[in-house]
Design a protein around this ligand. Structure first.
Ligand code: NAD
Length: 547
């Protein structure tokens, strides 16, 4: 589908200034005559492919990732169709620019590289008039909102209002990877202040220069926002992103059964990791119910994955209490066990009756896991003795070092393969290059959330779902795992090639929409051909003909 936006009588320079209608030099001669554009553009008409050559050439001439990020942002601000055409033509190259790791750097410098506003800012000063702010957004048909309060941006901590780069980047991925139309996407910064003193003192900082709102005042603002969205954008799904640990779990539990919402850090990560575990079964020959999972890190990612593994296990007939006992956690204080008095709420479901273990190695020897999953943010914690122990306990040890960026990974791909004599089934959060060991090349999998959340969002938006359920992430994970080919597995790759992302997202979108219909969560009549319908809602970066 091309952009559904109509010109609504707009002409001339207005069309050039709106990134959703602008075609730049690709406006045809007939359009230039009919729309009052003649003379506002240089005379030669270019094809979209010729435009692509120009923008890619400009992109390549930018000297570093941050300059490339700035270039892409300004292209997005002037011509969204061309921006997505460029990104899709070079997705693997540009994903690390529009999202992690470069987006993290961009957020750190956001106030300094800022050109023009994108998205909505709802601040602590707006309590009582949030609906008015939402009303100022020009498109009432919003389907996906990504909202952050900037408290825990990637692994970079509290970046306050600078965190706006995250919703902006994430929504670009919804459109690029799954074709959610750009005009249906709304990035939101919930500016509740920042506890980052250096930012507050930065003379160029764009946000409120005050300490973070906490407690009841914070909850009231979030609630006003969530309720306002129900009124102003009733078909929108709210994705919470990069909130601090305790708020993230709390807000998810508060809202997930009441409105259409999810948290990608918790549930999206869980989906992509479960998919990796499901496809790993084809390499290890060990079914999920016969496995034990040991996590290093019991935060949003780890606990989210633990719960989704339980969803998968219960779907396979394993009782919930047994399923939970298959998931073990080590946090900064050691093995998470019932006798510990320092455990926060979200860890309790996985605190088992067991003696404490202080080190990861001790925990590995005790739990005898089939899979070791690193979500601690602590680099080099899967050291040689730990990986060797996994390799002694398992013919094909599953080792996922998911902490980002690359420098924070629990171990490198090369270490995992070398210390397991090439037997590890390895995946990471950030990309690692293939490793050749004793003449065999191993291709590490990248557990990139972009395999999951865009497709889930597509399915939720297309089916106008009222809720986002854990079962949807389970179905998304299964769909993703099913798309892994034997050729992928032959080189050890447990995710499909990223170049297939549109196909992957479409398949997940159809599966999620189908589930929404089957569970009575869809707000529309089921189309006769659901697959064709979901695919027909996908934005393609093609210019529409105006005359
Ligand atoms: P978080 O802050 O919510 O959780 C981190 C957890 O690690 C906490 O439980 C903390 O106690 C624990 N921890 C800290 N130091 C430790 C140590 N020395 N030993 C053991 N545990 C320790 O963060 P999160 O959102 O759960 O993310 C954790 C990591 O996972 C990050 O590095 C992030 O980049 C990565 N992640 C990867 C993906 C992906 O690959 N798709 C997705 C999300 C998060």
């Amino acid at each position: 589908m091309t952009s559904s936006l109509h010109l609504n009588g707009r002409r001339g320079v207005q069309l050039l200034q709106d990134p959703l209608t602008n075609k730049g030099t690709a406006f045809t001669a007939a359009e230039r005559d009919a729309l009052g554009l003649r003379g506002l553009l240089p005379p030669r008409v270019f094809t979209p492919d010729q435009q692509l050559l120009r923008v890619y050439d400009s992109y390549k001439r930018k000297p570093d990732p941050l300059e490339k990020y700035i270039y892409l942002s300004s292209l997005q601000e002037r011509n969204e169709t061309l921006f997505y055409r460029l990104v899709l033509a070079h997705l693997e190259e540009m994903m690390p620019i529009i999202y992690t790791p470069t987006v993290g750097l961009a957020c750190q410098k956001y106030a300094h590289i800022w050109r023009r506003p994108r998205g909505l800012y709802v601040s602590a000063q707006d309590h009582g008039r949030v609906k008015e702010i939402l009303q100022n957004w020009p498109n009432p048909d919003v389907r996906i909102i990504v909202v952050t309060d900037g408290e825990r941006i990637l692994g970079l901590g509290d970046l306050g209002a600078n965190g706006m780069g995250i919703p902006v980047g994430k929504l670009s991925l919804y459109t690029a990877c799954a074709g959610v139309p750009p005009e249906q996407c709304l990035p939101v910064m919930l500016d509740v202040g920042t506890d980052n003193q250096a930012l507050r003192e930065d003379p160029l900082y764009l946000g409120l220069q005050q300490p973070r709102l906490r407690g009841a005042a914070f909850d009231a603002l979030v609630d006003e926002f969530v309720q306002g969205v129900q009124v102003m954008f009733p078909r929108a799904c709210i994705q919470f992103e990069d909130f601090g640990n305790s708020n993230a779990f709390r807000l998810l539990h508060k809202y997930q059964d009441r409105v259409c919402t999810f948290n990608d850090d918790i549930q999206g990560t869980a989906g992509v990791t479960l998919a990796g575990l499901l496809s790993s079964q084809r390499l290890t020959g060990t079914a999920l119910p016969d496995q034990r999972f040991l996590f290093l890190g019991a935060g949003e990612a780890g606990i989210g994955i633990g719960h989704l593994i339980c969803t998968a296990l219960t779907a396979a007939g394993v009782p919930l209490d047994v399923a939970r006992r298959q998931c073990w956690f080590v946090d900064s204080k050691g093995l998470v066990v019932r006798s510990r008095k320092d455990l926060v709420e979200h860890k309790l479901a996985f605190a088992h009756d067991e003696a404490p273990a202080r080190t990861l190695l001790e925990a590995v020897e005790r739990v005898k896991p089939t899979a070791l999953i690193g979500v601690s943010g602590m680099p080099q914690t899967f050291d040689e003795p730990v990986v060797r122990a996994m390799a002694r306990l398992n013919a094909r040890p599953v080792v996922f070092a998911l902490s980002n960026p690359t420098s924070q990974a629990e171990c490198t791909a090369e270490q995992a393969y070398a210390w397991s004599d090439g037997r590890a089934v390895f995946a990471s959060g950030s990309p690692f290059a293939p490793v050749t060991l004793n003449g065999k090349t191993h291709v590490p999998g990248q557990g990139n959330n972009s395999y999951i959340f865009p497709g889930v969002g597509l399915g939720v938006a297309a089916g106008e779902a009222t809720r986002v359920t854990d079962e949807m992430f389970y179905v998304a994970a299964r769909t993703l795992a099913d798309l892994v080919t034997d050729a992928d597995l032959a080189v050890g790759r447990i995710y499909p090639d990223l170049s297939r992302i549109r196909e992957v997202s479409a398949a997940i979108g159809v599966a999620v929409a189908d589930l929404a219909f089957r569970r009575g969560l869809a707000r529309m009549a089921r189309p006769a051909d659901l697959g064709a319908y979901v695919r027909s809602t996908m934005f393609e970066p093609e210019y529409r003909a105006y005359v």
